[in-house]
Design a protein around this ligand. Structure first.
Ligand code: BGC
Ligand code: BGC
Length: 656
């Protein structure tokens, strides 16, 4: 035995020595490669203290439940596919609304409509024939504010928040988001995403705070503190650490793909956010769609079927005693499973099953699995115990879901000043030659680009709808576009707007502000698949043409880019005198206008949370040699610097 094996064995000893994990499950016998994977993670004691009285109470409740009632607790349908009556009949423990699901499928449902529906589900869940009534928990993707809700303030997406380097700001955003969620009668947010995005081709790159695991850890923990508060308060919601684990490390940045890396790297880099959020007492963890291949050779398969990681690492080594939820229909990707049947995932350690549509089949199949011995009753009891434990910790048993001063209060979904602060801190100044910015008051400004007046573009995916598509300015009653902000700051008379820049003469203005944008996107659809070039101009030739119409035409050009990623833009930088990477600022993009005017001494402070590529053919990772601007780069008025002409990559249609 070499030294390495010995150390693995020693690291595994504390696990092997006890017969039961922190939560009382019997320890599995692991295959050697599983032991190796588990041993890469530290053994930690649970961070949240268990209340002996509550635990005894939970044991008594579980002991009195039928199998149907237990499986009902483990089943999570989407509100589009279940009525309150069905919640009561099937003892459903949790529900969710996926992106773009609203009460009565009304995009403009009011806060009162949301709260009323939440009340109806809650009432149904506590009107069953069970001896002890178990209140339902509703989860929502409040990932940048309560983003499914009409009128809610949307904060910058995580890529921008990472650039703010201000965890305290993120904690306040968490608290504001929690109030907004409680306003709708909901008590669970599926956030924060703890992905360490390693490839900007990934369509979810913007959900990642940074490629620096330490930043992900700091910011993720801050969001958990903000969301969960003291857990039981009127403005507290359950947070979710997601997606466990390795979601940001997939090969070529393919969504739901394969993460090929060593056990040590997985634990150290992709695990970073989990240690921090567990320390912050996060009570739920969502499993990743991705799979893991150890060292690129040893397939552990889809995370949803991976007992070594979900149970061995998360629940046992890391001492997590909260609940583990699956991702949307993710079980169907586990070999041998289907969309409504997956004993492997239950046995792997998933406690709640997000089976949005086919929940009835899931209940029937799982009951049969237990009756026929494919899933041990002890595993079911462990799952239900965890679900009840979290419900107790949230104080759900002591209060109706709607018992919060925020519930139904339309003002609680809005915090515009906080969002404006976040926008000002999260946008990054990449170029500012010849002191183009700040713009003095009274300047005549030509604003071009349809994105300048588009809430959809500035908000990105997970905004009212899942992909951020099929929405327009009428869906955002509260907020300010960049165009509106420019008009407010410079005076409407001084601002001329031309979405397409046709038929306007830039020379007649003091400055041109060109707003370019990616099309809003979310998971799957947002990937830029290798070998396609990762270049804004290649993806959006219309934006390149727009900029060409105003650049070098007699007025300096300030380019503002809305993007969910760092992306090759050297050609666009060269056609701009100043360049602002705005990422996806949310509903208060107009706050950038104050910054661009340098009002009250305002200055840029954002610094990149990901490196900015200098080639469209970046395939993965962030090799220093392929960075035009490294992580943490960002200019300010105080600390200016001439960028000058940058060397452009040859324009490519497809990478080698
Ligand atoms: C996403 C999760 C999200 C869930 C519910 C999934 O497709 O990966 O991040 O929480 O849907 O909408
Ligand atoms: C649904 C969304 C959901 C998403 C999760 C979509 O098919 O329409 O509501 O959030 O899947 O992946």
């Amino acid at each position: 035995m070499n030294l390495k094996n010995l150390s693995i064995l020693l690291a595994a000893l504390p696990l092997a020595a006890c017969a039961h994990g922190p939560a009382g499950e019997a320890m599995a016998a692991w295959a050697p490669e599983e032991s190796q994977a588990i041993a890469a993670w530290p053994v930690r004691s649970p961070t949240t203290v268990q209340d002996a009285e509550v635990e005894a109470h939970i044991r008594a409740i579980v002991a009195g439940m039928t199998l149907e009632q237990k499986i009902g607790q483990m089943t999570q349908p989407d509100i589009r596919y279940i009525t309150p009556d069905q919640v009561r009949e099937h003892y459903i423990g949790t529900i969710l609304n996926g992106g773009g699901a609203w009460p009565s499928m009304d995009k403009h449902a009011s806060v009162a409509d949301w709260a009323a529906l939440a009340d109806a589900y809650a009432h149904a869940s506590t009107s069953t024939d069970m001896p002890v009534q178990i209140p339902i928990l509703w989860g929502i993707d409040a990932v940048h504010g309560n983003n499914n809700v009409y009128g809610a303030t949307l904060f910058p997406h995580n890529i921008g928040l990472g650039a703010a380097h201000d965890p305290e700001l993120i904690e306040r955003i968490g608290a504001a988001t929690a109030r907004s969620v409680r306003a709708t009668g909901i008590s669970w947010a599926f956030a924060p995403t703890l992905a360490v995005a390693e490839n900007q081709r990934w369509g979810r790159a913007y959900e990642s705070y940074s490629s620096d695991p330490a930043e992900v850890a700091r910011n993720g923990a801050a969001l958990v503190r903000g969301l969960q508060g003291d857990m039981v308060g009127e403005g507290a919601v359950l947070a979710t650490a997601k997606h466990f684990v390795g979601d940001g490390g997939t090969y070529l940045g393919i969504d739901q793909g394969e993460t090929r890396t060593s056990a040590d790297y997985l634990a150290r880099v992709h695990g970073a956010g989990y240690y921090a959020t567990l320390d912050a007492h996060v009570q739920s963890v969502m499993v990743s769609y991705s799979s893991w291949t150890m060292d690129g050779r040893i397939p552990f398969g889809k995370m949803h079927g991976d007992k070594a990681l979900v149970t061995g690492v998360l629940k046992q080594s890391l001492g997590f005693d909260g609940l583990v939820v699956s991702d949307w229909n993710a079980i169907e990707q586990v070999p041998g499973c289907s969309v409504d049947h997956c004993p492997q995932a239950i046995n792997a350690g998933v406690d709640i099953f997000m089976v949005p549509e086919k929940w009835q089949g899931f209940i029937a199949n799982t009951i049969a699995d237990v009756r026929e011995g494919r899933v041990p009753m002890a595993r079911i009891d462990d799952a239900v115990t965890r679900i009840l434990r979290v419900k107790f910790r949230l104080g759900l048993f002591d209060r109706p879901t709607s018992a919060s001063r925020y519930t139904g209060d339309a003002s609680a979904i809005s915090d515009r000043p906080l969002a404006q602060e976040a926008v000002r801190k999260s946008v990054v100044l990449l170029k500012n030659d010849n002191g183009t910015l700040p713009l003095a008051p009274g300047k005549r400004v030509l604003v071009v680009g349809a994105a300048a007046d588009s809430f959809a573009d500035q908000s990105g995916g997970w905004s009212i709808t899942w992909q951020g598509d099929a929405i327009d300015n009428g869906d955002f009653p509260n907020g300010e576009t960049l165009l509106a902000g420019m008009q407010r700051v410079f005076g409407s008379a001084n601002v001329t707007y031309s979405p397409d820049a046709h038929g306007v003469d830039p020379a007649r203005f003091d400055v041109v502000v060109a707003v370019l944008s990616e099309t809003p996107h979310a998971e799957m659809k947002g990937d830029v698949r290798w070998p396609a070039p990762l270049s804004h101009s290649a993806s959006y030739p219309g934006d390149a043409a727009l900029l060409a119409r105003v650049s070098g035409k007699g007025a300096p050009v300030v380019t503002v880019l809305y993007s969910g990623r760092t992306v090759y833009t050297t050609d666009l930088l060269n056609q701009s005198d100043a360049f602002v990477a705005a990422f996806l600022p949310g509903t208060e993009a107009g706050a950038m206008a104050d910054l661009m005017a340098g009002r009250n001494g305002l200055d840029f402070s954002g610094r990149l949370s990901f490196a900015w590529p200098n080639t469209p053919c970046i395939s993965g990772g962030e090799p220093a040699g392929e960075a035009l601007f490294p992580r943490n780069y960002g200019l300010s008025y105080r600390a200016g610097k001439k960028t000058g002409k940058l060397r452009e990559a040859e324009s490519v249609q497809s990478c080698p």
